[in-house]
Design a protein around this ligand. Sequence first.
Ligand code: C2E
Ligand code: CA
Ligand code: CA
Length: 392
Amino acid sequence: MQATKLVFERNEYIFRQGDPPTCAYLLEKGMIEIFAEAGEETILISRLGPGDLLGEMAVLDDAPRTASARAAEQCVLLEIDRTQLNQRLEQSDPIVRGLLLGQLQRYRSLLKRLNNNAPVEINKKKSNIDATDFDQAAATKIRLESSLRIALETQQLQVFYQPIFNIAQKKIAGYEALVRWEHPQRGPVSPGEFIALAEETSLIVPVGYYVLNLACETISEIAKQGVNDLPFIAVNISARQLAESDMVGALVELSSKHVIPIECIKFEITESLAINYEHVEDFIARCHARGILVALDDFGTGYSNLGHLHRLQFDTVKLDQSFIRRMVEDARSAAIVRATVQMVGDLGADMVAEGVESESQLNALAALKCKYAQGWLIGKAEDRRTALKNHI
Ligand code: C2E
Ligand code: CA
Ligand code: CA
């Protein structure tokens, strides 16, 4: 659809104070003066040139125009439909929306004081940005984020360990480190909620170091019991950590500090976003140079796809639990599991079947010669002391 372009002659009004907020404009050519009328007086607020936006404020908060706009010379404007702006707003981060609305309110009250006219209220109920919803969503997020910072500093975060079972050898070969947060007021917060939040900011970086350090400590504790055949611990790493932290360097340091074999730690790449192949390639190469193995997590769902296996040298593939869950009853899921075990083997990698909850699933995986199984049948994630009982 062609965007509507409008031409205004010199001194013509684009909108006037008090008009309803029909649309916003992008000024393509010319100059516009924005001014407020305070009794007899006219206060020039700003002069706009090509590329500037105008009229967007009233559209955002669905309030009448608090200032007038007049062409200072012939102008060409592009009309911006209010739904176009609102759709973008709805998709934006609630904190950013909250900040925007806060600024708008402050600006409005300043204008109100300037022109001292009839009070201009933001129409909270009808507003396109629902002020109350946004305030709450933004405040909840900000609160959660700052308590996560405190949780890190005060060690409220715990790491639980879920066993990974070697099917043919019938023994626990390793564990996956899964972070837990016991919030003092809210109780347990699921990693699904706070890891996503930590990934939005760079908080995932210290969270990652924290988990890695505890995982190394755990291996060291097991080693001190005189266990010869040490288990591995798989530590999750997300895209942001790959870009912003040096987990390999950290592991090199930690393994010498805790005196543990470096290969006892594996990394699992969990992708919530499209993968950056250069980053991952570089990461895997650095891991392999040190003898550290790398797994592709949640294979078969979301962004974890065949392209990754095609281009990247993963040592382990973790097939997502959604396939395992249905493999006994559903022939299609069974076919996918069978084909994946075969393909992963042909690539020279190991496979972990995730979410194994029943004996029949485990038996089916054993028949397919899948190497590892992980899931509630083998064991849920438990705190270090309880989980270690398996190994000591
Ligand atoms: P994930 O890496 O795929 O971890 C497996 C999740 O599946 C865990 O949930 C685990 O408790 C759950 N699970 C394991 N076995 C079963 C089963 O048999 N049945 C069912 N229904 N669920 C099972 P959890 O602990 O809530 O973790 C959720 C996600 O949070 C993880 O998914 C991982 O992506 C992320 N995560 C956890 N810890 C960390 C961490 O330290 N760093 C990063 N970057 N992400 C983490
Ligand atoms: Ca994982
Ligand atoms: Ca997984």
